[in-house]
Design a protein around this ligand. Sequence first.
Ligand SMILES: [Zn+2]
Length: 291
Amino acid sequence: MPLFHLRTFHGTFLTRRFQKNLQTRRFAASMIDTHCHLYVDNFNEDLEEVALRASDVGVTHILMPAISTASEEQMNTTILQWEGFKTGIHLHKMAGIHPCEWKPGDTLDVNDLTGRVSAKDIIAVGETGLDAYWSTDAMDEQLDSLDAHLSIAKDLQKPVVLHNRETTTELLNEVERQQDGRLKGVWHCFTGSQDEAKRAIDLGLYLGIGGVFTFKKTDTREFVKALPIERLLLETDAPYLAPVPFRGKRNEPSYVAYTAQELADALECSLASLVAQTTQNAISLFGLQEG
Ligand SMILES: [Zn+2]
């Protein structure tokens, strides 16, 4: 199918309001997808179209959290391919081990992780965190790993990217225990309560707002206005957790625009100012170059 057909096809899904914004071009600044697993197999077939759609909506940076030690090689392959598309969108790598990777008895090679995080092209440590949803068999291992990731993040002065599922209190307790003024990072895919949001922000964390924010039953929309906008980041967590109207489908970086619109509506501000502020937040947390 010729490219313009693909773009038109995609365009028919855009909400009218967003389409209007897109046509009147658009954003005071460009959008940053702060959490996207662009290197997984789900993008093998159509990475170029994914790139062009992201470019169309104004995405300028995509941050890729690692899942395992194998992730970096996959990211490198994606980056090489991506450069050929000439979108100008910058891809960034992280190093870390996802909490769901841990099995009972596993141990983290702290020296190896420290070495990998030290590399100049590694923008952040993650994703790490705790997850009691899929399995609680390796909670001790998850906790040890989280501790090591937090220490490395502090020592190397890089932000940490935190995953949390049904473990909010434990996660925040751990961050509190380690916070000595040097720890900075983001609670990605935030879905907690207002009190938990406040505690995370007081502990120095940013909150990543993704597709879940657009779901019907999301409390976050009710209290997001009470949170400091300077601590909110946009993300997709693609290929997972696609926003409405793509819920249940594969997520991709261009869909960050739908979450941005929903967040702007909830905050009763313009899409342009929401995008400008969240982009600035991502630039300052991750030390990105503008543009
Ligand atoms: Zn993730």
